[in-house]
Ligand binder design. Structure first.
Ligand code: NDP
Length: 283
């Protein structure tokens, strides 16, 4: 009995130990962060900086990246570089990873967070736009991850993919955006299994976020949803902690995982639930 109890305690300790975030583990960690000029990405840059990481920031706007870089340096980042890149261009992902590896000498974290402009509106038949958004929100993630896998594997690193509740539950006004997020779930959840099968030491963390109070999200959802937005700085920290502890999926706010479970368990209530959170009367 004593042996059995000790075994159970050891398993529980191992479980909780694995999930405990150690901020010191990020000191000197080499991070490539996309969508780093604004919103949640900008907040992640500041957290990584406070933890003493070495960061390569990317987004399109050079002047804004420069400002984020300067603030990261004042907050304690060991090294910060930036590279402007438009992820709608298929050649950019590989160039960005090469630049990061060259500047930082390798990568421990690849944090994929950027998104192309996604109006919160009804489907208007613009197929070209959906192709473009797939390139920015999905294909560039695949290309960035592919280019970074060798260096991540060498360093037992982590791939962190920022997704959304609309990548688990389809919601109105997000046709193309939701499709890109479902695609991320399919690709990266499958890749995770393959990496495990091949005993390649790279973790894949999928981050499922609810409404977050970034300027873009608040502006586009105003008057269309009855949801409270959660703070971007907290969302950013939840993503970083999940990546550092190699969690497979993280939900922020935490209760979203129960929303997803209920969605699967009670399909007959789906329309009723959505109609209570979305303004169906003024599309
Ligand atoms: P923001 O719109 O605030 O920031 C988007 C970032 O992506 C910016 O840094 C922007 O910089 C960059 N970006 C935009 N277009 C491109 C492009 N073509 N190429 C490269 N970079 C680009 O987004 P959020 O912070 O709100 O969202 C961050 C992540 O969180 C996304 O993956 C989003 O899906 C997810 N999420 C957000 C939610 C929310 O409510 N905010 C809810 C659920 C998920 P620049 O303009 O300089 O290029």
């Amino acid at each position: 009995k004593v042996l059995c109890a000790t075994g159970i305690i050891a398993v529980l300790l191992a479980f909780f130990w694995k999930d405990t975030f150690n901020p010191e583990s990020l000191s000197g960690a080499r991070v490539l962060l996309t969508g780093a000029s604004a919103g949640i990405g900008e907040q992640m840059a500041y957290h990584y900086a406070r933890f003493g990481a070495e960061i390569l920031l990317t987004a399109r706007r050079e002047a804004v990246l420069q400002k984020v870089m300067e603030k990261c340096l004042t907050l304690g980042a060991k090294k910060v570089f930036y590279v402007p890149a438009d992820m709608s261009s298929p050649s950019e992902p590989e160039k960005v990873v090469q630049f990061a590896v060259q500047k930082l000498g390798g990568l421990d974290y690849l944090v994929l967070n950027h998104i192309g402009n996604s109006p919160f509106q009804m489907w208007n038949g613009d197929v070209e736009y959906t192709h473009w958004l797939m390139q920015v929100n999905f294909f560039s993630y695949v290309a960035l991850a592919t280019a970074a896998l060798p260096t991540l594997e060498k360093n037992k690193g982590s791939l962190v993919v920022v997704s959304s509740l609309t990548g688990k539950i389809p919601t109105p006004f997000t046709t193309s955006y939701s499709a890109t997020k479902f695609a991320l779930d399919g690709f990266f959840s499958s890749l995770r299994h393959e990496l495990i099968m091949q005993k390649r030491n790279v973790s894949v963390t999928l981050c499922i976020l609810g409404l977050i109070d970034t300027d873009t999200a608040l502006e586009k959802t105003r008057g269309k949803v009855y949801l409270t937005a959660s703070p971007a700085a907290e969302a950013a920290l939840a993503i970083i902690q999940a990546g550092a502890t190699k969690v497979q999926e993280v939900f922020y706010p935490w209760w979203l995982q129960y929303t997803c479970s209920l969605w699967v368990l009670f399909p007959c209530h789906r329309n009723q639930v959505l109609q209570s959170y979305y303004n169906y009367s003024s599309p």
